[in-house]
Design a protein around this ligand. Structure first.
Ligand code: SF4
Length: 257
């Protein structure tokens, strides 16, 4: 499923309340440095090196101002401004500038709202992206495995430059300012067994969490149709068993089954 607009909603979500989505990605295709086997946007259709059309900063500003004016006229509440959409938001060339804009608009119009970003964290090595994320209330950073091989099988990075070691180092550097988001699953892909809940991988994952010491961890199961069909949705009871293993290390966990 691809989002067809730059400004989305607000959509009511259990986790974020009334969430106004900001999709800085193209409207007709996914644009991401990962190609996760469970991605709700489907597989990458083209190389991310291909020319793409992203909404300009001015376009985002105009659309956001217009939507906020409409919502205020209706007396609608916004609980979260949420960067999400058809891929990885931090790839937008003006991402830091858009963050400043959204912070300003939030402060002026909905001072009680939080600003949330769902990111795969592959751009955290770039100082301007790291600094922009530090301005957000809820930077939600993806970590789906404890070992490089499993991360590569699940998230399928589009380039070797997105190494697992660098990812982990950056997450550790970001530390307690970030929320770690993890989707737990089992299945097969390309003839390989996939499981980030095997004893070995999950033990390594917990070791990494102990180094990161995030604000908290969000554990998920598959929710919608996935591009790889041979994947198993874990039950809430199973998610709770894994959540408890993390809590045993003094790290807070929220479970979304
Ligand atoms: S990081 Fe997100 S948008 Fe990118 S492939 Fe994975 S699930 Fe899809």
């Amino acid at each position: 499923m691809l989002f067809e607009n730059t400004i989305i909603g607000p959509i009511h979500s259990r986790r974020l309340g009334n969430s106004l989505g900001i999709n800085l990605l193209p409207l007709k295709r996914k644009f991401c440095t990962y190609d996760c086997i469970y991605c709700e946007c489907g597989w990458n259709k083209e190389s991310i090196e291909n020319k793409i059309e992203l909404p300009s900063y001015e376009d985002v500003r105009c659309q956001l101002e217009k939507r906020i004016a409409e919502l205020k006229a209706e007396g609608a509440v916004v609980d979260s401004f949420t960067f999400a959409g058809n891929g990885e938001p931090t790839l937008h060339p003006d991402f830091p500038k858009v963050v400043d804009l959204v912070v300003k608009m939030r402060n002026e119009h909905y001072p009680n709202a939080v600003i949330t970003l769902l990111t795969n964290a592959t751009q955290l090595s770039r100082p301007e992206i790291y600094d922009a994320l530090m301005k957000l209330d809820n930077p939600v950073l993806k970590l789906d495995a404890g070992m490089a091989a499993m991360r590569n099988s699940i998230n399928k990075p589009t380039s070797e430059k997105y190494s697992f070691d660098e990812l982990v180092n950056n997450l550790v550097r970001f530390g307690s300012k970030g929320i770690i988001q993890t989707l737990l699953l089992r299945g097969t892909n390309d003839g390989k067994i996939i499981s980030n809940v095997s004893d070995e991988d999950f033990a390594e994952y917990i070791k990494i969490l102990k180094k990161i010491r995030p604000k908290y961890v969000m554990l998920y199961a598959i929710d919608r149709a996935t591009p790889e069909k041979d994947l198993e949705k874990l039950t809430v009871e199973e998610l709770e068993i894994y959540a408890q293993k993390i809590r045993n290390e003094g790290i807070d966990v929220k479970v979304y089954g």
